[in-house]
Design a protein around this ligand. Structure first.
Ligand SMILES: *Cc1c(COP(=O)(O)O)cnc(C)c1O
Length: 352
């Protein structure tokens, strides 16, 4: 194969494409699976932790895996425009792939609830950005209605091609480890990704590429945990804006993934999310976004509760790149110290 040409070329036989499908790719996927020994030691986890760092995708989140398939199929079907509702990353990804494909992109964002890095991406890639004075669920409702009225392709995870592309995250984990892990920890927002990973694991199992299936462990934020509570949340609240969703589209498939795999879906507080966010960066050198850290926050929580026997292999998906939301990092960490250009003063501080 020579060099990496994106997830469609790599996993073609598992994806709904053929010779007629024009492949729109930014060479997404092939992201690192980082062995997190420092983190394991720090939290007292007596097995192996691997972090699937999806922040290194072309637009900085796992959404690119689904978008390459969704946009390629939209072009194949002769669509001229795409639309999505987004907490930020879907719009960044849709805008980039639409730019590459020469399609128009319309994105509806909850006003004031999208990290600036993500908003700037949608803008620079040339999407038409509409800030809705409501939340994500309001925006998605309108997008689905617009999709019924106008000939635009919806590229939210209501689009099944998104799930197809995103399942390649599970393939890569298995290719790297030689089998499935014991547990897969993952943040849950609209619940498309947990659905996609479970589909990927099952497909690899069916063709004999792996000998076991992982338990799927989904994590919502406490103030935005409809699946955990069992009812939609009208006004979801959390610092983890990428999972601030009150009525997830893939609610039922996510529950199925959890039940079929013998896993669970639970919630972590914003405080736990931020603590994990800081640990992942300070112990492993990986800057993910707050929502991504919900997976590790869940792992920390269960480790504290003596959930594990020891010796387990665990993968946590880190869904997006921390550089998208530097404001949160600056808010939760020690501030830089300002000094005059005086060597003695600087030395004094360093030697403290
Ligand atoms: C989209 C997103 C999520 C949530 O994924 P779902 O498929 O909606 O459950 C989590 N983290 C980040 C960074 C995201 O962009």
């Amino acid at each position: 194969m020579g060099y990496w040409r994106g997830i469609i070329e790599c996993y073609r036989e598992f994806l709904p494409v053929d010779e007629k499908t024009p492949i729109i790719t930014l060479y997404e996927g092939n992201t690192p699976l980082v062995h997190a020994q420092n983190l394991a030691r720090e939290i007292g986890f007596r097995g192996e932790i691997f972090l699937k760092y999806e922040g290194l995708n072309p637009t900085g989140s796992f959404k690119d895996r689904g978008m390459t398939v969704a946009i390629s199929k939209a072009v194949e079907d002769g669509k001229k425009a795409v639309i999505c509702a987004s907490t930020g990353n879907t719009s960044a990804s849709a805008a980039a792939y639409a730019a590459k494909a020469g399609l128009k992109a319309f994105v509806l964002l909850p006003k004031g609830a999208v990290a600036l890095g993500k908003l700037s991406q949608a803008v620079i890639y040339g999407a038409r950005v509409i800030a809705v004075q409501g939340n994500f669920d309001d925006a998605l409702y309108m997008v689905r209605k617009i999709g019924e009225i106008l000939p635009v392709e919806i590229v939210n995870s209501v689009n099944p091609y998104r799930i197809e592309g995103q399942k390649t995250g599970a393939f890569e984990v298995c290719d790297a480890l030689g089998d499935a892990p014991d547990y897969h920890f993952i943040p849950v927002g609209n619940a498309g990704n947990i659905t996609a990973y479970w589909k990927g694991y099952r497909e690899y199992y069916q063709v004999g590429k792996i000998r076991r299936l992982p338990k799927m462990m989904g994590w919502q934020a406490e103030g935005s945990a409809p699946i955990v509570k069992g009812y939609p949340i009208k006004n979801p609240q959390t610092i983890a804006t990428a999972i601030k969703i009150g009525n997830p589209y893939s609610w039922q498939p996510a529950l199925q993934a959890v039940h079929q795999s013998g896993g669970l879906i639970d919630a972590v507080s914003d405080e736990e999310i931020l603590q994990a966010y800081k640990l992942i960066a300070s112990k492993e050198g990986i800057f993910c976004e707050p929502a991504s850290a919900a997976s590790v926050a869940g792992l920390i929580k269960l480790t504290r509760e003596n959930f594990f026997k020891g010796g387990e292999v665990v993968v946590c998906t880190l869904t997006g790149n921390g550089l998208k939301d530097p404001d949160t990092a600056m808010k939760v960490c020690e501030q830089p110290i300002t000094l005059p250009p005086d060597l003695d003063k600087v030395l004094e501080l360093i030697e403290q």
